[in-house]
Design a protein around this ligand. Structure first.
Ligand SMILES: Cc1cc2nc3c(=O)[nH]c(=O)nc-3n(C[C@H](O)[C@H](O)[C@H](O)COP(=O)(O)OP(=O)(O)OC[C@H]3O[C@@H](n4cnc5c(N)ncnc54)[C@H](O)[C@@H]3O)c2cc1C
Length: 381
């Protein structure tokens, strides 16, 4: 049984000054959008905004300075992230690299890779995608079939990844690959850094329900990857990928994807909402505040080098439930007969989130899988 703990974690120094600084940065650099353009903003890509973030020192905030980082406190980073997400800033391009690929490279990459690649991430110029899922391999990640065979020149990789967010604008993928022929399940998996411009890589768009292009199919046909691009030990991929998922699951993006709707709802309610609306706003605020404390506590554990897999799964499950429930609860609050074709900002963002929010509890691991991890962690299964 793993220990489960959430504790209050306060940022150091004058976090309000940083908050004001980030708000001024957002006001200066974020393009004007309607509420629907601000919802789920960590799926909205804007290279100019990512570059400006890099210049302002808001990417790689907690990484060592010698790799282009800024050696800030993890809660300073958390504060920047929550301000960006609350404002609906277009952060998708650098999000994966800042959240998990950079930390993975710093931990498992060679010194040559760290020095060559990490500074570009911190500048907001180098972007990453996650090559985990494959056709038939989503929840059951240990069944990965993309194969890497060692040759004299390096590794020859063959297979297919799917649902790969941002593969169409990323220079690199970190892929989970089976490197031991005939190996089963968790053994024999290795992570590789793959240059997306390598011969043999084909990226095909997948267009989602609302007509947007976020994710892709990625085909790897005899792609040559030098051994120097291997991350960590051969066969050590499973432990690395599960630690990476803790980074992926516990951040503020796991409960703020529908925040633009909440803001619009409160704006439309005006200064003197009726009692039922006041009660609803109070409930949303209490839930949001609790999730924020849990997520900040998990961020502190990650920064201390721990792997809070259990806490991260709880944050993601409860956070996704919150952000998925907002559109339904607000629709019920304003009356089920609300006209979703109405062109007000509230209706526009509500209609969008009603369509895309089911995906919030799929990306990064489904609800059923998270609950399995939680049950196992608590010794219930
Ligand atoms: C918006 C979005 C972005 C994504 N981006 C990426 C990305 O960048 N890179 C990447 O690698 N992947 C990405 N994914 C893929 C995502 O990780 C998978 O969709 C997810 O892990 C589920 O896998 P699956 O789609 O194969 O569903 P399946 O695994 O087939 O699951 C189908 C259903 O069965 C349930 N189920 C499966 N196994 C069990 C079990 N043992 N017990 C109980 N229930 C179970 C699941 O919970 C789910 O409800 C993305 C997905 C989305 C929606």
């Amino acid at each position: 049984m793993q220990s489960f703990s959430i504790f209050p974690f306060e940022p150091p120094g004058d976090i309000q000054a940083l908050r004001q600084e980030v708000r001024a940065f957002i006001a200066a650099h974020m393009p004007q959008t309607r509420a629907a353009g601000r919802a789920n903003c960590w799926s909205v890509a804007d290279p100019k905004f990512s570059r400006a973030m890099g210049e302002a020192g808001y990417i790689g905030m907690i990484w060592p300075k010698r790799y282009g980082g800024h050696e800030r406190h993890p809660l300073e980073r958390y504060t920047v992230l929550e301000e960006l997400l609350a404002a609906g800033a277009p952060v998708a391009m650098h999000w994966v690299a800042d959240r998990q690929s950079g930390p993975l490279l710093l931990r498992y990459g060679s010194e040559e890779l760290r020095a060559r690649i990490v500074p570009g991430i911190a500048r907001g110029e180098t972007f990453f995608c996650i090559g985990m899922s494959e056709p038939g391999t989503g929840s059951d990640l240990a069944s990965v079939r993309t194969q890497g065979v060692r040759t004299k020149e390096g590794w020859r990789i063959n297979g297919q990844k799917v649902w790969t967010s941002g593969a169409h604008y990323s220079q690199y993928m970190i892929a989970l690959v089976r490197t031991q022929e005939g190996s089963e399940r968790h053994a024999g998996l290795t992570q590789f850094l793959i240059d997306m411009s390598s011969p043999g890589i084909t990226v095909r768009p997948i267009i989602d329900l609302v007509g947007a292009h976020h994710f892709n199919e990625v085909f790897l046909d005899d792609v040559l990857v030098p051994d120097s691009m291997r991350l960590g030990a051969e066969g050590g991929g499973w432990a690395q990928v599960t630690a990476e998922l803790s980074l992926e699951r516990s951040g503020p993006e796991r409960y703020l994807s529908s925040y633009a709707l909440l803001v619009e709802f409160i704006r439309q309610a005006g200064p003197t909402p009726d009692a039922a609306t006041r009660a609803l706003i109070g409930q949303f605020t209490a839930e949001l505040w609790t999730l924020r404390q849990m997520s900040r506590s998990t961020a502190a554990k990650l920064a201390a080098g721990q792997d809070p897999m259990l806490e991260a799964a709880v944050v993601k499950d409860l956070g996704n439930s919150f952000e998925q429930s907002l559109p339904r609860r607000i629709l019920a609050g304003i009356g089920g007969l609300a006209d979703l074709s109405d062109e007000s900002e509230l209706m526009e963002v509500l209609a969008l989130l009603l369509q895309i929010s089911p995906s919030f509890s799929l990306r990064g691991g489904t609800r059923e899988i998270l609950r399995g991890i939680i049950a196992r962690g608590l010794g219930l299964r």
